[in-house]
Design a binder for this molecule. Sequence first.
Ligand SMILES: Nc1nc2c(ncn2[C@@H]2O[C@H](COP(=O)(O)OP(=O)(O)OP(=O)(O)O)[C@@H](O)[C@H]2O)c(=O)[nH]1
Ligand SMILES: [Mg+2]
Length: 428
Amino acid sequence: MAKRSTLYIIGVFLPIWTFLTYTFCKEVFLVRKCQNIDSLYTKYSQRVKEEYDSNRRRNYFPEIKLPRNSYDDDTLNYTRQDDICQTYPRENATILMLVRNSELEGALDSMRSLEDRFNNKYHYDWTFLNDVPFDQDFIEATTAMASGKTQYALIPSEDWDRPQWINETLFEDRLREMEDKGVLYGGSKSYRNMCRFNSGFFFRQSVLDNYDYYFRVEPNVEYYCDFPYDPFRIMRLKGKKYGFVITLYEYEETIPSLWDAVEEYLETNEGSILNKEDSAYAFLTDSGLVGKYYPIVEADSDYNLCHFWSNFEIGDLNFFRSDEYKNFFETLDAKGGFYYERWGDAPVHSIGVSLLLRPDEIIHFDEIGYFHSPFGTCPASHTIRLDQRCRCKSDDESAIDITPHSCLMRWWKNGSGKYFLKETQRQV
Ligand SMILES: Nc1nc2c(ncn2[C@@H]2O[C@H](COP(=O)(O)OP(=O)(O)OP(=O)(O)O)[C@@H](O)[C@H]2O)c(=O)[nH]1
Ligand SMILES: [Mg+2]
């Protein structure tokens, strides 16, 4: 009997007991392990949440000073807004694109990006300009992409084509010379029309008559970050007349005599009354050491070749429509340099605004991330890049701001730039 019960214990009870004990311990161990993993995950997610919440919280406490690469503390603070259920007031402004039918894909890429990053909240109108009529495909696709109204205008021949008074023989000779030298777009006739149009005629198009501000957009560009504000509103509230994101040096071979023409303009009745101290003249002529850099090329004239890259610009149309700017443009145009050389609209606009405006009427939008091949700009502050969902790094290969190719530091020093540089200047 005792033998039977021993056998029973060994054969039945012990395996069951072992199995149950094993299962129980395993469960306990697993639960523990899971709890450990759980608490690990909880810890991680709490850390991430806190980190990101602190970003979000900034929206509710706009007075907090961001560690940002900016000289204007008010721009961001003014606009921190809760996006949900918000209606956004609009300024009297339009987005403006001069573009060819053949550039439809690139135009849509740029539109998609700007709509996503800015305009889907505001629904500003899109105005398209062309020297030939837009085709149906272009109109249909761009209208579908826009969140605002679209309008399409044909540029009159007298605002686009080469004027009669251009000496055709000289023009053809110079074109060939520049092409042989390998100057970028040196042999292109249409590029010259485009540059002259953008310098002196875009603002005269009747389709723009009723607007105060424009935002120039080109095909194939990208806006890297959400806009933290409506730049048009900043322009109006702060009395700005010209806004840029990138500034760099021009190829001197495209403008050999542009500065001579500017100097002649400065001798005219209108030019001679300008006060160089009240303008950003020094931004155009300072060729000393700024930060670590001298200008990348030593220019032949007093112009240091710095210009605002005009493929991105936000401007006050009333400034361009003013007699002062028109007179400045017409004095230059009469020299024929848009055709005999290859003057770009970027240096012409830049010299115009630097001479005719006060430095504080020009704004560097340093929270806007932007790319036009081959250069880009990306906000320097990590918190801004998270806050504005940027998809760029400020040390990307294409990021130009703090490189020898950029004139930004020269702007900080001579324009309405960073206060600490301005202070240094004053002390010197
Ligand atoms: N309608 C029209 N638009 C033009 C013409 N040439 C240039 N454009 C537009 O004018 C703007 C500037 O021309 P781009 O070819 O981009 O000149 P760029 O920016 O100096 O040079 P890349 O962009 O590097 O080619 C763009 O918006 C073009 O679409 C033209 O002949 N007709
Ligand atoms: Mg371009």
